[in-house]
Design a protein around this ligand. Sequence first.
Ligand code: AMP
Ligand code: TRP
Length: 332
Amino acid sequence: MTEKKTIFSGIQPSGGLTLGNYLGAIKNWVSLQESYNSIYCIVDLHAITVPKEPKDLRHNTLEVLANYIASGLDPDKNILFIQSHVSAHAELAWILDCFAYIGELSRMTQFKDKSKKNEGNITAGLFNYPTLMAADILLYNTDLVPVGEDQRQHLELSRDIAQRFNNRFSPTFAVPEPYISKVGAKVMSLQDPTSKMSKSDDNENSYILLNDKPDDIMRKFKRAVTDSIGVVGYQDEQPGIKNMLDIISKITEEPVQRIVDRYSGKGYADFKVETAEVVIEELRPIREEAEKLMKDKEYLQKIYQSGAEKAEEIARKTLRKVYKKVGFVPRY
Ligand code: AMP
Ligand code: TRP
């Protein structure tokens, strides 16, 4: 490896990817791939922290990989792999569980939110989710973790655990920095623009999927919840409009203020149509390419197998070091 810094990030295969995943995470990854050693994972171990149909999980895992590639992540420049293929993730997660406190894990807002939705069957896996995420990151001596705003708290915890371990023994883990872009870090629901766009939302009009057809995208934006102000503006009182301004600006790189100026004196209808059109054109080639890739399972297999091999080599080294530091007797 060169002296380029290392990036690690991942997405759960828990359904189709949303415009939030794309603008908050993947689009940034694509623009970072030339300047970093990048490792992108499909975190299937994380996905089973809430109940999953095995058949869906298998399909979604391959679909996330297809979407990574279709969005422009070059398998020759990035390590793309499936988390369960590299057992060091589960192994390091156990060690880190022994360095994480119940108190800090209980404060995680994602745990609180998700346990509300799964009341009555909150698993230990859901509770321990952040230590597995810390293991993902720390195995690769990661410098930078590009994620959406909702992952900031998990990342802080990963940093705390890394520092705690380093202080207890000796410098072992690189302490990772978050990379959260200003625009697009939190794409909001189209039906309730005060909460984030999420594929686990019951209302399918609230999110755009990367494989939505143009007609669906247009319909969902036309139905998007706005406000009664009636003037396109970028302010907190207009969260629906603000969200659409962010979406256009993140995709086209046109400054928000210029878009606002273009709409002076016009209503919301035209603005919604433009937002839909921008999204349709951005997602069209990705959807088409992902569809093609999903028909070529052999190619996908080649990518994830070679990705796992490369990832494993790095991960094993870190795990060996960690085992030694905590005092496990080496087998060899
Ligand atoms: P997940 O689907 O929860 O595995 O999220 C994968 C990545 O997408 C993480 O980096 C998230 O922060 C990011 N992400 C998910 N939803 C959104 C959203 N609505 N806006 C921005 N980023 C998001
Ligand atoms: N927890 C992240 C999410 O829900 C997914 C994830 C798992 C991740 N491991 C990671 C993100 C490591 C970045 C780095 O979005």
